[in-house]
Design a protein around this ligand. Structure first.
Ligand code: NAG
Ligand code: NAG
Ligand code: NAG
Ligand code: NAG
Ligand code: NAG
Length: 463
């Protein structure tokens, strides 16, 4: 990526600069090459703008859209079961390649949900294609990024689909993997909300090599302890083992389990109460507070509005977590403290493991307000604060965007063939300088004004 840190520098922007850089990395996958055509000065602004639009105001609901078409009921049902529907609803400028019940039954018959999820994620293209644009693909063929690419499970270009304008007015779809054939064709348009979401039907599933034959990682086989240790959560893992909670997790993993594992730095952070003072039962509750008894991948967390029960919940409103979303960042609130969801360690239906930056402290154990624990007062520290006590140099795991959020850039180098071209009506002769920004001009400019005012407001609140 080019350096995004130059260009527009206002007070409002400088305050959120770090966040912008992260957003910048992430949004690249949403908008792909569309953004590469912006001028450098504009990129800074647009990255922020587009990312906020993409996440905060998507207004469509794929489940509702498809519910009007009984021929896609199986496809619709699997979008819900795999939670891909949530991911679709948080994104804009996407195309869903729907399969009818006959095509779906061939796909779902003999595969576990985790495999079906990967297969279906390849049917969500991160670009807007309606019938007209499909027939206007520059040079007649393109590789387009899909949701599968964003999972981090897709090696090489397995996460891309090849869309090719074939002779005789047909449009072919296939895996972008070398040697793949275009086995599927455009059938018809189902529903368009320009340029937010387009749903079109294709004739057959697009199957990337190896996706269906990959050994389905069984949740009961996953060694949660080993995964946590590898992800930098050794303290959490050892507490799970010493208390026996790991057995509870391992049993729950088959039916649906989501873990929020604090990394090792989180346990050393100033302000964490002395956990050795907890009784055994309290420690068990604390550990179970870091788990949900359902498969809740990142896209689902982003759409969560109500308080969620944890494994420790034992009554109405007890040991609940609440979730807030800002842009592409999800924050969990315990009632005492809060923590960013940092990294996705595993997302394999029905088991999800995330790392979090802080130990989540339930009010049931630690009181309603932050306990008078030793605060990280720089004043009281006579020597220059060592790295350990300073939260700012975030650990590698916390700093890196989750793999699901940050797929590699598309393999294509030519801007002409880039997946994200202007929508339908865009003429081929537009200059690269401003063609992309002009396509969505009315919507974008309106949104920029809204977004900038929101950001200014936020910056005032923060300051
Ligand atoms: C399309 O998405 C934008 C946000 O990106 C939203 O404001 C707008 O209402 C959506 N349009 C429709 C027709 O849903
Ligand atoms: C898409 O697939 C067709 C047929 O295999 C191939 O000729 C074409 O080059 C591919 N398109 C891209 C952009 O790789
Ligand atoms: C899981 O991994 C841990 C640590 O890597 C190891 O000690 C343990 O034996 C493993 N458990 C199983 C069932 O393989
Ligand atoms: C682009 O091409 C269209 C016809 O396809 C023409 O009307 C228009 O003037 C051209 N624009 C530029 C900037 O060359
Ligand atoms: C690109 O922008 C310049 C200046 O804003 C404008 O004069 C020109 O017509 C634009 N070109 C196209 C193709 O929109």
């Amino acid at each position: 990526m080019p350096n995004m840190g130059m260009g527009v520098e206002t007070e409002a922007f400088s305050e959120v600069e770090d966040e912008e850089e992260e957003l910048g990395n992430r949004i690249t996958c949403v908008c792909g090459c569309l953004l590469l055509t912006f001028t450098m000065g504009a990129v800074h602004l647009f990255l922020v703008t587009v990312s906020l639009i993409a996440i905060s105001t998507a207004a469509h609901n794929i489940t509702d859209i498809l519910s009007g078409f009984p021929e896609y009921s199986l496809f619709n049902s699997y979008l819900t079961q795999t939670r891909l529907a949530d991911e679709i609803n948080t994104r804009t400028t996407i195309t869903v390649l729907a399969l009818d019940n006959a095509a779906m039954s061939a796909l779902v018959g003999k595969h576990p949900l985790s495999v079906i999820k990967n297969a279906l994620a390849l049917h969500v293209v991160l670009d807007y294609y309606d019938g007209q644009k499909l027939h206007q693909i520059s040079k007649g063929t393109t590789l387009s990024t899909t949701l599968y690419q964003t999972t981090g499970h897709a090696p090489g270009n397995l996460g891309f689909v090849n869309i090719t304008d074939l002779r005789g007015g047909k449009v072919g779809f296939g895996s972008a993997a070398p040697g793949s054939t275009l086995d599927s064709t455009y059938t018809k348009s189902v529903k368009q909300i320009p340029y937010n979401i387009s749903v079109i039907q294709i004739s057959a599933p697009i199957i990337a090599p190896g996706v269906l034959t990959a050994p389905a990682p069984s949740a009961s086989d996953a060694n949660i302890t080993a995964l946590l240790e590898k992800a930098g959560c050794k303290t959490f893992a050892s507490l799970l083992v010493s208390t026996g909670v790991i057995k509870v997790y391992q049993t729950a993993a088959d039916k649906g389990l989501t873990l929020f594992a604090p990394n090792d730095e989180a346990f050393k952070a100033p302000g964490v109460p002395d956990l050795s003072k907890l009784t055994n039962a309290e420690m068990v509750s604390l550990l179970q507070f870091h788990a949900l008894t359902s498969y809740t991948p990142f896209g689902t967390l982003k759409t969560t509005k109500d308080a969620i029960n944890t494994l420790a919940s034992n009554g109405a409103g007890k040991f609940d977590l609440t979730v807030t979303t800002a842009g592409d960042e999800v924050t969990l609130h315990s009632g005492v403290d809060s923590s960013r969801v940092a990294e996705t360690v595993l997302d394999s239906t029905p088991l999800c493991i995330f790392t979090v930056d802080n130990v989540l402290l339930p009010p049931e154990l630690f009181g309603k307000s932050p306990s008078p624990a030793p605060a990280p007062e720089p004043v009281t520290s006579p020597s220059p604060a060592p790295a350990v006590t300073s939260p700012s140099p975030a650990p590698e795991s916390a700093k890196a965007p989750a793999p699901i959020l940050s797929p590699p850039a598309p393999p294509m180098s030519s801007p002409d063939g880039a997946p994200a071209e202007g929508p339908t009506a865009e003429s081929e002769n537009s200059t690269s300088d401003n063609s992309s920004s002009s396509v969505q001009a009315p919507a974008l400019f309106k949104a920029i004004i809204i977004t900038v005012s929101v950001m200014v407001t936020v910056s005032f609140l923060l300051s």
